[in-house]
Design a protein around this ligand. Structure first.
Ligand code: C5P
Length: 231
């Protein structure tokens, strides 16, 4: 990959749904912080020219300590995150090296992303402008009305579950974030902002193992994945 690529890692979430009162990215996962397991997936690839990690400002010293201990040679910059994930990504975008052509965004909370998914996402963004890793929905997805009655059952063949990495040509993502900010729209990911702004987003095949560690059950499952040597 010849394009200058920078990695953005949103890691400013507080782990509320995990029942933790500290940043989720710093929670121990089988001996090392969750963030370290996630970053190792990228460090091994040597694909990015630099890495920006969005963090909860009050935990800066702790994040610095973790990076010093586990990745002393990494070109990493810590940027304060915001209230929502979208605010955190916007802060990261503002801190990008001006020479960056491709930006790859990956949740700190997805420690089992495969090298194949990372490369496929980056290659698709270089070709199409925007890409997200996703998996075809196994379950039938129901749309509810406001009172938890069934309102619609979309055709499962068209439904995918969104994952990361999401990868973009920088100008495509900047434009999408500008529109979202101007229109006071908050999404849960970045690909949806690009699509909403009129851009095309390529879906790239992910894996069920690339799940987001969100609940205590996810954390227990993540330990099993490691102990079982599954990822
Ligand atoms: O909240 P959710 O689990 O969707 O968060 C996905 C990723 O975004 C996590 O890695 C989390 O740390 C990050 N995040 C962030 N800033 C926020 C909220 C979440 O960087 N305000």
């Amino acid at each position: 990959m010849s394009h200058r690529l920078q990695l953005l890692i949103p890691a400013a979430g507080m782990g509320t749904r995990l029942g933790a009162d500290r940043p989720k990215a710093l929670i121990d996962l089988a001996g090392v912080p969750l963030l370290v397991r996630t970053l190792r997936r990228f460090a091994d690839l040597d694909l990015a020219d630099g890495c920006i990690i969005m963090i909860a400002p009050q935990a800066r010293a702790e994040f610095e300590g973790v990076l010093r201990a586990h990745f002393p040679a990494m070109r990493a910059q810590l940027v304060d995150g915001g209230k929502e994930r979208q605010d955190s990504v916007r802060n990261g975008l503002a801190a990008l090296d001006p020479a960056t052509e491709i930006v790859l965004i990956h949740d700190a909370a997805r420690p089992f992303v495969s090298a194949d998914s990372i490369r496929a996402s980056a290659d698709a963004a270089a070709e199409f402008g925007a890409a997200t890793v996703a998996i075809p929905s196994i379950d039938t997805i129901l749309v509810s009305d406001g009172d938890a009655f069934l309102a619609d059952t979309p055709d499962r063949k068209t439904l995918w579950a969104c994952q990361t990495p999401q990868t973009f040509r920088v100008e495509v993502l900047r434009y999408a974030h500008e529109i979202a900010l101007r229109e006071h729209f908050t999404g849960t990911d970045d690909a949806s902002l690009v699509q909403r702004a009129g851009g095309k987003v390529k879906l790239v095949m992910g894996s069920p193992l690339n799940f987001k560690v969100t609940t205590p059950q996810d954390l227990a499952l993540a330990r099993c994945v490691i102990e079982g040597g599954l990822a």
